[in-house]
Design a protein around this ligand. Structure first.
Ligand code: ZN
Length: 130
């Protein structure tokens, strides 16, 4: 049985500001959810018919191919990227406010309680400790 993993390179992520290599911080993946056929279609690029069907089957549709995850840049500290698995490969960009709203009401972790942000600030002096 052929090993599907062999020959597949690990995806590398780079900082959108300074193009340094980014490291995964191992946070949970905050998957995006869509509430209706229109949202599904706009975000996944599947056909209107299929989107309608998915919307009927699920109250909210979790997109298995799109999520927000934290990365670390040596110069910029913690960055949240929106990862999107496409047929041609992985695409990513900085997560926007609107992307967070799409994560089924997940709170933006950057806004968590003060003790956490205090911790983050301390960490950000040595942003790439793993
Ligand atoms: Zn950077």
């Amino acid at each position: 049985m052929p090993n599907k993993r062999s020959g597949r390179k690990t995806k590398k992520y780079f900082c959108p500001f300074c193009e340094q290599r980014l490291w995964r911080l191992g946070t949970p993946k905050y998957h995006l959810f869509y509430k209706n056929a229109t949202e599904i279609r706009q975000n996944t690029g599947i056909s209107a018919k299929k989107a309608k069907l998915l919307a009927l089957q699920n109250t909210t549709y979790l997109d298995p191919n799109k999520w927000i995850e934290a990365f670390c840049c040596q110069n910029h500290g913690k960055l949240w990227l929106l990862i999107s698995l496409q047929e041609k490969g992985i695409e990513y960009r900085l997560a926007k406010e609107k992307d967070w709203l799409q994560t089924n009401n997940t709170l933006d972790p950057r806004m968590f309680n003060p003790s956490v942000s205090e911790f983050t600030r301390k960490m950000s002096r040595k942003p790439c400790l793993r």
